[in-house]
Structures are given as structure tokens and as C-alpha cells.
Design a protein around this ligand. Structure first.
Ligand code: ADP
Ligand code: MG
Length: 351
């Protein structure tokens, strides 16, 4: 009865505004893992360990061996718009990191309990070994802090996700579903960063270990347990100036009933850009059984000022200056591989 009765304008309290903003970035448990993995990659980690308990609602923990956070900055990383990655709007057009908004940790800390333990890598010549420090924040407020020994790197533990956002909690599915999203996400990053060792533990069981050698074909074999070297075609195409596309295209033997094996990275970022996805599909249309998708891992590298990564809260969409040209190239790359590869009598299913 009151729904078209306008109420006076108010400015939302900071607490409400922050929880709403957090909801844009953190949709479900896997969103937290994505942000933490990207931070670890930005920190130059060689090894990233991910732990999930209770579908991520009970606990999520990401440990890296990256550069760490200096003790005097540890509390400030929880503040909104606090980042070590950009200084000005211009920096967005020469971005070499996955993060840039300085919002993820602030968002996560308003809707969960977050403990950040970090030890910064020693800067040469200083010679003072600082112990690792930790700070626990709940609902955006510091509740505890301390010191602990550990090698350089960072461990972030997130507990009780969405404890103060019951509406969002209703959208979180069974643990199995949420864990499944995390497995897919980690596979994607393992493929995107073959030089990094990834390790995933779910409810105390190691479910995934891959990468570290730098060889993408090895990572693919580790992830999918198939003699992929024979089934994958390596590609590298460049227009000599504005873009390079490289990676692997599986021949039709690898056709699969879902799109999760079609992965496209733009400047190291796994993206879901409709037009580019369509261009890839256009490449294998007519060559695969309808509704089937090949294994495709392609890396598109463009100059940082020819891509806008700031168009989506979770940064999974990007805009490209030379979109049409690149789309045509992607279609052509896939098509030429599939036309060359021998027709196969049957399709192999992935685990
Ligand atoms: P952004 O990644 O956009 O800068 P975040 O909120 O994700 O924003 O992180 C804020 C800052 O905290 C980062 O800019 C970085 O300085 C620091 N930080 C976060 N995670 C890590 C990590 N795993 N290793 C080192 N520094 C980190
Ligand atoms: Mg970040």
C-alpha cells in the first residue's frame, strides 16, 4: 500500500553504503577467492595455497609467498580506495596489475571477519628482520592484532562471510556448488599463470595441485588428466603492432558440453566478454557437434591503453579499442586449427 508513496531523500549511512558496495564486488564465496588470488599474483607470488571450509562460509584462506605488506601499512589496506597499485587515473591506462581500485579488502572486511597476516620481503641493505604482524577486522573494525613468525608473504583468512548480509546469504548454494565454482576459478588461474604453483584444499582434502613449471601444456595435462599434448595445437598470431594472441586450441576430439574449457585472458585477466566469446564460437561453428565446445586457452595481449578494464565491478568484462579486428582474428585462429586437425570418431569427456 505504500510502494508508490515517495519518502524524503536521505544520504545512506556509511555502514549501509559500504555493505551495498561490497555486494557488487563480492557476490558469493568464489568472489572472495578471486580477489585474494589476484592480490597474491600482483604480489609476485610463486606459490598460492587456497583453503575452503564449509563452502567458504566457514572459512576461506589464501596464502602466498609474495612481497608481503609492510607492518606500518597492514591496517590501512582495509580502508576503501587504498591501493599500492595506481596513483592517478592515467595509471589505469598503463596498468600492469590485476587490482587497482583498492576496494576488495575493504569490501570483504565489511561483510566478514578477516585476518591478515603478512611479512614484507626485506629490502636490501636494511638488515632489520621484522616479524610478521597480523590484524583481525570484523565488520570493518579492528578487533585484535599480534605478531607471529613466518617467511615473507601473506595469509588472509576470511570467516563468517555475509554474517551481516542475510539477504546475500540466501543466494549462497550448497557447499558443493560453491566449492565447484572455486575449483573452476583456480583451474582458470593455473592455466593463466603456469609459472605459479596452485594448491586447493577443500574441507581438509587436497583437491587440486597444478602449475609451477611455467609450461602451459603441463598444467593442462595436470588439470585434465589427458594426453593433451597430442590434442592441442599451439598458436601464436600477431598483427605486428596492436595485439598478440597465443595459447592452445584443442582439436575437435576435445569437444565438451560446456563452456568452462573455453578460456580467454586479456592482459593476464580471465575475462568473459560476450563479443569475444561469440567470435571464438564462430570459429568452431559447423565443425563441432552443435552445443559442444572445444578446449581453448587463448591469451590476448594488447597495449594497456587499448583496453578499459574499469567497466565491471568484478572486472570480468573489458572493452577493447580494436574489438572488431581482434574478433575477426580470434575466429580465424580457431577455424584454421580445427580445419587442419583430423576429424575424430568420438569425443572425449573431461573429468
Ligand atoms: P587493490 O588490489 O585494488 O589494490 P585490495 O583491496 O585488493 O585493492 O588490496 C589493497 C592493497 O593491499 C593492495 O594494493 C596491496 O598493496 C595490499 N595487498 C593485498 N593483498 C596483498 C597480498 N597478498 N600481498 C601483498 N600485498 C597485498
Ligand atoms: Mg585486489
Amino acid at each position: 500500500s505504500t510502494h508508490n508513496e515517495r519518502r524524503p531523500l536521505v544520504t545512506l549511512s556509511q555502514d549501509v553504503a559500504e555493505r551495498i558496495a561490497a555486494g557488487e564486488v563480492i557476490e558469493r564465496p568464489v568472489s572472495v577467492i578471486k580477489e585474494l588470488i589476484e592480490n597474491a599474483l600482483d604480489a609476485g607470488a610463486h606459490e598460492i595455497r587456497v583453503e575452503m571450509r564449509g563452502g567458504g562460509l566457514r572459512l576461506m584462506r589464501v596464502t602466498d609467498d609474495g612481497c608481503g605488506i609492510p607492518a606500518d601499512e597492514l591496517e590501512r589496506v582495509y580502508q576503501r580506495h587504498t591501493t599500492s597499485k595506481i596513483r592517478s587515473v592515467d595509471d589505469l591506462y598503463q596498468l600492469h596489475t590485476l587490482g587497482f581500485r583498492g576496494e576488495a579488502l575493504a569490501s570483504i572486511a565489511t561483510i566478514a571477519e578477516v585476518t591478515l597476516l603478512s611479512r614484507a620481503i626485506e629490502t636490501e641493505g636494511e638488515g632489520v628482520e621484522e616479524p610478521a604482524q597480523w590484524v583481525m577486522v570484523r565488520g570493518g573494525e579492528v578487533v585484535q592484532r599480534g605478531r607471529r613468525a613466518r617467511p615473507h608473504g601473506t595469509t588472509i583468512t576470511v570467516r563468517d562471510l555475509f554474517y551481516n548480509v542475510p539477504a546475500r546469504l540466501n543466494f549462497v548454494r550448497q557447499s558443493r556448488t560453491e566449492n565447484g565454482h572455486v575449483v573452476q576459478l583456480i583451474r582458470r588461474y593455473a592455466v593463466g599463470y603456469p609459472a605459479v604453483r596452485f594448491n586447493l584444499t577443500i574441507d581438509e582434502h587436497t583437491v587440486l595441485q597444478a602449475g609451477g613449471s611455467g609450461d602451459l601444456a603441463v598444467v593442462l595435462a595436470e588439470l585434465y588428466h589427458l594426453p593433451l599434448q597430442e590434442m592441442l595445437h599451439e598458436v601464436r598470431v600477431s598483427d605486428g603492432e596492436h595485439y598478440i594472441v597465443h595459447g592452445y586450441v584443442g582439436n575437435r576430439v576435445l569437444a565438451q558440453g560446456n563452456r568452462q574449457y573455453v578460456t580467454l585472458f586479456v592482459n593476464g585477466r580471465p575475462v568473459q566478454v560476450r563479443s569475444l566469446q561469440d567470435a571464438l564460437e564462430q570459429g568452431y561453428r559447423g565443425l563441432l557437434t552443435r552445443g559442444k565446445h572445444p578446449l581453448l586457452v587463448l591469451f590476448l595481449e594488447v597495449p594497456p591503453d587499448e583496453v578499459d578494464v574499469n567497466v565491471h565491478p568484478a572486472k570480468i568484462e573489458v572493452r577493447l579499442v580494436r574489438e572488431n579486428e581482434i574478433m575477426a582474428s580470434l575466429t580465424q585462429i580457431v577455424r584454421s586449427v580445427l580445419e587442419r586437425s583430423p576429424a575424430s570418431p568420438e569425443e572425449v569427456a573431461f573429468p
